[in-house]
Ligand binder design. Structure first.
Ligand code: PBG
Length: 390
């Protein structure tokens, strides 16, 4: 069928042709008649074209609307459940925990309502709770007794993290225990590596830091961690850790790389929880620039090539686009860190009665799964697992 405007053109051509053919005879009368016929024909033609166009539109609409009604699949919880594209289960959630070498009682973190620093003596109970809730795992951060320039305590087999790992593995051998590998909780300056004097002042010495990270990873793996998770953003750390673990006969310990980690304001509340705020400067020299999306693919690819078993994007909410892009670029399992600032802002809104906590948390966690995350590190893990009816 010709398009409506093509049809209109054709009609006009016919009318003009008839007009030309009727030339000759009584000129004055004929002209007047011709003019009338011509105008009437033109009006009819335009009317027909408009009607044709309208009926075309309504035909097209009919083909879509009364036939297609997406609401049919939203009429009941059963149907919605049947066609839901994204699932969210307790096993998708990893619970971040802060264990202190010095505390004997939990100490609430002011910036993160509901989160506390914990004494190592609570490790077994927490591990059993995580198992009962069906969580995917826990990830451990340590608050040491002392800090120094190198962050040596990160490698102490009697530090809070190795002790917690052993206690958890005794109490709940099936629980997946991950250990965050980074020195910022252990350095007196709060940076994620060893410092040296650079051309622009003190800077984190990438290659010197690799040694201490590898050593810490070995200590956690020997203590029984299933997964070590470097969060420092040094170049080459996945390869260095893999090689050291393998040399130590720990080739079955998996590496979850914080491959795509941005220099984010949303870590603010965590820095109180883990007592790791840098004493000078910021982390922009090693963590990624928030404006960069393509670079995320490069970081992910490099860590994959170095031997990472799983990758992670961090933070979550402000980087869902990055999460989706990394998802499309790798076949490795992919995690996302729903970080402290995301948690704090939701909790603050809930505390003021501005948001419904349960609905907003579950929607938020679902958004990470929909964007492509296999698992989510989240401080909402326990509440969410309960709501999901573990
Ligand atoms: C570094 C580390 C940080 C977080 C996890 N690992 C802080 C940082 O990079 O400054 C942040 C997690 C959060 O904000 O919840 N060891």
């Amino acid at each position: 069928m010709p398009g409506a405007s093509g049809w209109l053109e054709w009609v006009i051509v016919v009318v003009v042709a008839r007009h030309a053919a009727s030339r000759g005879g009584n000129l004055a009368i004929r002209r007047a008649n011709e003019q009338r016929y011509f105008e009437a024909d033109l009006r009819a033609a335009v009317g027909a074209a408009v009607a044709e166009r309208a009926s075309l539109r309504s035909a097209m609409l009919r083909a879509v609307f009364p036939v297609h009604r997406p609401r049919r699949l939203r009429v009941s919880p059963g149907i919605r459940g049947l066609v839901r594209e994204t699932s969210l289960e307790p096993r998708d959630l990893v619970w971040p925990l802060f264990f202190s070498a010095t505390l004997t009682e939990p100490r609430p973190v002011a910036t993160m309502p509901g989160v506390s620093q914990l004494p190592v003596s609570h490790a077994a109970r927490i591990a059993r709770q995580a198992t009962e809730l069906g969580l995917g795992g826990v990830i451990l951060f340590g608050l040491p007794e002392q800090k120094d320039a190198r962050g040596s305590m990160a490698c102490d087999p009697e530090g809070p993290v190795p002790r917690t790992i052993r206690a958890m593995k005794d109490a709940a051998p099936e629980l997946v225990v991950m250990a965050d590998v980074c020195v910022d909780e252990y350095t007196d300056h709060g940076h994620c590596g060893v410092l040296r004097e650079g051309p622009r002042g003190p800077e984190v010495d990438n290659d010197a830091t690799l040694e201490i990270l590898s050593e810490a990873a070995v200590v956690y793996a020997r203590s029984g961690a299933d997964v070590v998770a470097p969060s420092d953003m040094m170049d080459g750390r996945v390869g260095a850790i893999r090689e050291t673990l393998d040399d130590e006969g720990l080739e079955m310990t998996a590496i979850l790389s914080y491959a795509v980690k941005y220099a984010s304001a949303f870590y603010g509340p965590f820095r109180e929880a883990a007592d790791c705020a840098p004493k000078f400067g910021d982390r922009a020299g090693y963590q990624m620039d928030p404006g960069n999306g393509r670079e995320a693919l490069r970081e992910a690819r490099l860590d994959e090539e170095e031997g990472a078993d799983m990758l992670m994007v961090k933070p979550g909410l402000p980087y869902l686009d990055v999460l989706a892009r990394v998802r499309a670029a790798t076949t490795l399992p992919l995690g996302v860190y729903n970080v402290s600032g995301e948690y704090a802002m939701l909790k603050a809104a809930v505390a003021r009665g501005m948001l419904d906590e349960r609905r907003s948390v579950l929607e938020l966690l679902t958004s990470f799964r929909r964007a492509g995350a296999d698992f989510i590190l989240t401080y909402h893990a326990v509440d969410a697992a309960r709501w999901l009816g573990a």
